[in-house]
Design a protein around this ligand. Structure first.
Ligand SMILES: *[C@@H]1O[C@H](CO)[C@@H](O)[C@H](O)[C@H]1NC(C)=O
Ligand SMILES: *[C@@H]1O[C@H](CO)[C@@H](O)[C@H](O)[C@H]1NC(C)=O
Ligand SMILES: *[C@@H]1O[C@H](CO)[C@@H](O)[C@H](O)[C@H]1NC(C)=O
Ligand SMILES: *[C@@H]1O[C@H](CO)[C@@H](O)[C@H](O)[C@H]1NC(C)=O
Ligand SMILES: *[C@@H]1O[C@H](CO)[C@@H](O)[C@H](O)[C@H]1NC(C)=O
Ligand SMILES: *[C@@H]1O[C@H](CO)[C@@H](O)[C@H](O)[C@H]1NC(C)=O
Ligand SMILES: *[C@@H]1O[C@H](CO)[C@@H](O)[C@H](O)[C@H]1NC(C)=O
Ligand SMILES: *[C@@H]1O[C@H](CO)[C@@H](O)[C@H](O)[C@H]1NC(C)=O
Ligand SMILES: *[C@@H]1O[C@H](CO)[C@@H](O)[C@H](O)[C@H]1NC(C)=O
Ligand SMILES: *[C@@H]1O[C@H](CO)[C@@H](O)[C@H](O)[C@H]1NC(C)=O
Ligand SMILES: *[C@@H]1O[C@H](CO)[C@@H](O)[C@H](O)[C@H]1NC(C)=O
Ligand SMILES: *[C@@H]1O[C@H](CO)[C@@H](O)[C@H](O)[C@H]1NC(C)=O
Length: 508
């Protein structure tokens, strides 16, 4: 994800580093352990004892020869992080990400009064981040702005009290760990510039904590895949600078309150999928002019697609699958949503035909309308969607399979076509005029009670990996040419399920 450039003033110093003066013995000794733990002794050869440590690869000194930056990401380092690094009194930036460090994270480093940026992400660090009592030794002034401890094995709590001293904190990424207890929330009491909090994939419990609403600079709040519960609090909607609000699979309930959601005018990404939300999409969603992604999948929401949604013209992704939305789909005017790339309405109760206005969304790549109550024939205008790669229409009441295939065959970008459980009792088109589908990899036409035999045109789909034709009434022998489809997986049926780019299981 491309996140937000941060202006980190103090680090400008680093670029003024010069080798004019050399590091002292004590600094050398503090760093020395790193050479000893590098796989293949990579650093041992690079860091010669008799050279100035300001010249060592990965080390940067200030003009007056003190170590200010240690940048050793992806160096194959393993073992423990020594507390000796805490002796580097002028260290501003420590980057040890993407190594194999294990064991505890020395509290001396968090307590440092010089470090501005600390990145130990992608290691195997474990244990509680720091025993509670050592926080009391944190000096009153901490310069820490960026703390990235994501993708480790940390456990224990992240108590709110721990953040009282970090009054300059801007970013905390603690995602992909095993933290538990309540979500920390009091960052903004002491740090008015706090902007990014990522707690995704941990074991936090309890409800969304009070306090976050006071974070007037908070732009990114991500806490999905935890064990939270409770309502979508008002609180959340007071953080009016939010751009990313992401709480998927978090056990939240309640409604998307129209009066509150419109406080978040800068919102570009809203992901509340996999919760227990009820109610409708409020009309005030039209106030979110920058909304790019709207993900409310797997909830219990209902009502029609509000016409107000068509005012969110920046929308690229609408994912509302598996809710109880209903109404005539063609009542919604998609014409304004010219940036739409993905529309997923699977598993709702929309009725009517595919709206003509959808063909104005020229950049659409994925369209999934399966599992609704739609009927009618496919329009030739679907050919206007020049980037369409995925289309799933199964489990509706569409008719005329011959027409559908004749139209879709010209779609050269199409890789996945899922149209089963429609066209009840029609005949499988056998004619050889169905040529095209140059890039088709997945074809599901099951559950249609189609008569006829396995048609020859399928033999020309050289890229076909998955073919499902079961639950039809096709007869005749399995054609010999099936063997010539070299890409077809010779694997059990359950591995045929591919996943779409949202990571969700691709269900017809
Ligand atoms: C470098 O110095 C340390 C401490 O003085 C010593 O233990 C180590 O053996 C020396 N390494 C080399 C390669 O000389
Ligand atoms: C740490 O280094 C890695 C690899 O170069 C880089 O991707 C990452 O952005 C750095 N961290 C910070 C906080 O700059
Ligand atoms: C850790 O987070 C910081 C702040 O978001 C970011 O700049 C850095 O690139 C991240 N590190 C890695 C290895 O992605
Ligand atoms: C936090 O770190 C993870 C990797 O561990 C990364 O995927 C994610 O994008 C980061 N979050 C933010 C808000 O930058
Ligand atoms: C942090 O905020 C609390 C409560 O407002 C205050 O008592 C404390 O002095 C602050 N700490 C620092 C270091 O600013
Ligand atoms: C949210 O903001 C409103 C109006 O600015 C204020 O009345 C309310 O007390 C705030 N709620 C919380 C929980 O901070
Ligand atoms: C929304 O973003 C604009 C610029 O992108 C900024 O000027 C404005 O202050 C932001 N609004 C809030 C409430 O943060
Ligand atoms: C949507 O935009 C149009 C034109 O800008 C405006 O007339 C209409 O009131 C808006 N609808 C909503 C619900 O905001
Ligand atoms: C849909 O919206 C477009 C653009 O605003 C407009 O030109 C068109 O007439 C509308 N279609 C319907 C059926 O209302
Ligand atoms: C569609 O995508 C192309 C390139 O991917 C882009 O240049 C164009 O602006 C997009 N059109 C719209 C209407 O978003
Ligand atoms: C779907 O809508 C139809 C007609 O609008 C209705 O009769 C039916 O009960 C609805 N089904 C569900 C599962 O809500
Ligand atoms: C089905 O589509 C074919 C080809 O587009 C067309 O010739 C035929 O009339 C259609 N059948 C019905 C019943 O609409």
């Amino acid at each position: 994800m491309a996140f937000i450039g941060l202006a980190l003033g103090p680090l400008v110093l680093l670029s003024m580093a010069s080798p004019a003066s050399s590091c002292n013995k004590q600094e050398k000794a503090s760093l020395r352990f790193l050479a000893g733990i590098s796989q293949d002794n990579g650093l041992t050869t690079l860091w010669q004892n008799d050279t100035d440590c300001c010249e060592w690869e990965g080390i940067t000194c200030s003009r007056d020869g003190v170590v200010v930056e240690v940048s050793l990401a992806s160096r194959g380092l393993e073992g423990c992080i020594s507390r000796s690094l805490g002796d580097l009194r002028n260290l501003q930036s420590l980057n040890l990400s993407h190594n194999s460090f294990a064991g505890r994270f020395p509290s001396e480093l968090l307590a440092s009064s010089s470090i501005v940026v600390l990145d130990v992400s992608f290691n195997h660090l474990s244990g509680a981040l720091q025993p509670q009592e050592s926080y009391s030794s944190v000096p009153h002034y901490s310069r820490l702005q960026v703390l990235n401890i994501s993708s480790n094995l940390f456990t224990g709590e992240l108590p709110s009290a721990a953040w009282e001293k970090t009054s300059n904190l801007v970013v905390l990424n603690a995602s992909n760990n095993n933290f538990q207890g309540l979500m920390p929330s009091s960052f903004c009491i002491n740090s008015s510039s706090f902007a990014v909090l990522d707690l995704t994939h941990n074991k936090f419990s309890g409800s969304i904590p009070v306090g976050l609403g006071k974070c007037s600079a908070l732009r990114v709040l991500m806490a999905g895949h935890n064990s939270l519960s409770g309502p979508l609090t008002d609180e959340l909607f007071n953080a009016s600078s939010l751009e990313y609000l992401s709480f998927p699979s978090s056990g939240l309930h309640g409604v998307l309150d129209g009066a509150r959601i419109m406080n978040l005018r800068n919102l570009s990404h809203l992901d509340l999928g996999g919760n227990m939300l009820i109610g409708e999409i409020p009309d005030s969603i039209s106030q979110l002019k920058r909304l790019k992604e709207l993900r409310l999948y797997h909830n219990h929401m209902s009502g029609e697609l509000p016409s107000a949604l068509s005012n969110c013209t920046d929308l690229e992704t609408i994912d509302l699958k598996f809710n109880m939305f209903s109404g005539e789909l063609s009542m919604f005017n998609f014409s304004n949503l010219i940036n739409l790339k993905k529309l997923d309405l699977m598993g709702n109760n929309f009725t009517g035909t595919i709206p003509e206005s959808i063909y104005s969304c020229r950049n659409l790549t994925a369209l999934r309308l399966s599992g609704n109550n739609l009927h009618g024939q496919l329009s030739v205008r679907i050919g206007e969607l020049k980037f369409l790669a995925f289309i799933s229409l199964s489990f509706n009441k569409f008719t005329n399979i011959t027409n559908s295939l004749q139209i879709l065959k010209n779609s050269s970008t199409l890789t996945t076509l899922i149209i089963g459980n429609n066209f009840k009792g029609e005949a499988m088109p056998e004619d050889e005029t169905i040529d095209g589908f140059q890039n088709l990899q997945v074809l599901f036409i099951s559950g249609c009670s189609l008569s006829g035999k396995i048609p020859l045109w399928i033999s020309k789909l050289k890229k076909l990996k998955v073919l499902q034709l079961q639950e039809n009434q096709l007869n005749g022998p399995l054609p010999a040419w099936i063997k010539s489809l070299e890409s077809l997986c010779h694997c059990p049926i359950w591995t045929y399920q591919t996943t779409d780019s949202q990571g969700g299981s691709q269900q017809p």
